[in-house]
Ligand binder design. Structure first.
Ligand code: SAH
Length: 215
């Protein structure tokens, strides 16, 4: 799968291909779901695991902000796949934090991570996954060098901007039906530079009730 993504020019970074080979997607998809198909897959609760090419794109956009020792926040962590990749990249001296509002998904993501190469980081505590409303971020380990949002927000939540470190980068899908994957760089003076990487289709960043009702 990783070779395929390299062949089609989606993965150009050696680091990202190494991480995606080390964190096996098979540990993260529900039983009976094909792990290495480049498509999003249902994981229950009206949520999906993102397609591998989206995981690769987000990891590459955030690569410079996922160096050893850095802090990373994964909002809407779902299966925990990207949180595990972040944890591997920032290493035991860093911090990778997942926030997901469906408690059952948090519980299953922890089981997924325990099966994966990121298990020791979960055990040591540099990787953690929490039940919470991701629109509020996770102030405990702020400020973050990297913030990834795995669900589409109508606008960029202020709490996430506040929790981004100067020099930090956030990747967040913004919009309703038509969405752009926005890259938000916080400059050293606190101002923001925002650009759109590509058009995307993510599930909404919303309340738990709205999601379980099917929006
Ligand atoms: N990156 C994840 C994507 C999961 S889909 C993966 O590849 O596995 C998006 C996730 O965002 C869903 O699990 C959904 O439950 C979650 N979500 C939506 N709104 C949220 C909110 N307000 N707070 C936290 N999680 C949220």
């Amino acid at each position: 799968m990783v070779e395929h993504l390299q062949h089609y020019g989606v993965i150009t970074s050696k680091k990202v291909s190494e991480v995606m080979e080390t964190i096996d997607r098979a540990c993260f998809v529900p039983d009976g779901t094909p792990p290495y198909v480049d498509s999003p897959m249902a994981i229950g609760y009206n949520a999906t695991i993102s397609a591998p090419h989206m995981h690769a794109t987000c990891l590459q956009l955030l690569e410079e902000n996922l160096k050893p020792g850095m802090h990373a926040l994964d909002i809407g962590s779902g299966t925990g796949y990207l949180t595990a990749c972040f944890a591997l990249m920032v290493g035991p001296q860093g911090r990778a934090v997942g926030v997901e509002h469906i408690p059952e998904l948090v519980a299953s993501s922890i089981q997924n991570i325990e099966k994966s190469a990121a298990a020791p980081l979960l055990k040591e505590g540099s990787l953690s996954v929490h039940v919470g409303d991701g629109r509020k971020g996770w102030p405990e380990f702020a400020p973050y060098d990297a913030i990834h949002v795995g669900a589409a927000a109508p606008e960029i939540p202020q709490a996430l901007i506040d929790q981004l470190k100067p020099g930090g980068r956030m990747v967040i899908p913004v919009g309703n039906i038509f969405q752009d994957l926005k890259v938000v760089d916080k400059n050293q003076d606190g101002s923001l530079s925002v650009w759109s990487e590509t058009s995307v289709r993510y599930v909404p960043l919303t309340s738990r009730d709205a999601q379980l009702r099917g929006w």
